[in-house]
Design a protein around this ligand. Sequence first.
Ligand SMILES: C[S@@+](CC[C@H](N)C(=O)[O-])C[C@H]1O[C@@H](n2cnc3c(N)ncnc32)[C@H](O)[C@@H]1O
Length: 193
Amino acid sequence: MIDAFLKTLYETGVDHDSVQTDRSSKVLNITPETGAFLALLLQEAKPRSILEIGTSNGYSTIWLARARASFASNVVSVDALAEKTKLAKSNLTKVGLIDSVTLFTMDAGAYLKEADNQSFDFVFLDASRSDYVHWWRDLRRIMDWGILVVDNALSHKDEMHSFVSLIRSQPELDHVVLPIGKGQLIVTGKHYK
Ligand SMILES: C[S@@+](CC[C@H](N)C(=O)[O-])C[C@H]1O[C@@H](n2cnc3c(N)ncnc32)[C@H](O)[C@@H]1O
């Protein structure tokens, strides 16, 4: 049932975005391959706490929330736009996953700054790419390494360049870019010297 819902939501989103001229009205979902990849990563890594930045209409949130069922109590997802949170709430309710997700409508930079006592061992970043370098200090503080996945590493290579360079300059972290969907940057703590 959730698979059928995801398929329709994705196809409707692609059609919707193709006629929108205002970028903030687009849903800009991850690809289904990316959703399946995130689910697979979660099932292997079994993180206890999951944060998504960039909820949109909840398409990627559904993938995360469904996959987390046996090891993480919920997914925290943040979006700056109230109309996006409202759509996500409606979609998550339709698939029975709303109780597994905490939605915040706020700027992610502010969320990360305020999340003093929070830590996450899986973070999915899919929002305003030019902000990532500015969020890094707080992201790093709240991440309990952990896996960080960042969408659009190949589709928006230029916009991601400074963030990838920043990651590359961190000696304690490993990273790789995988050609899945729009390109996934995967960052983990170093597992060997
Ligand atoms: C690419 S879409 C996310 C798509 C979603 N992950 C999915 O696959 O279904 C980016 C989202 O990030 C949100 N966003 C952009 N800048 C943001 C910011 N500074 N703080 C929080 N959300 C932001 C936008 O409102 C938009 O809904």
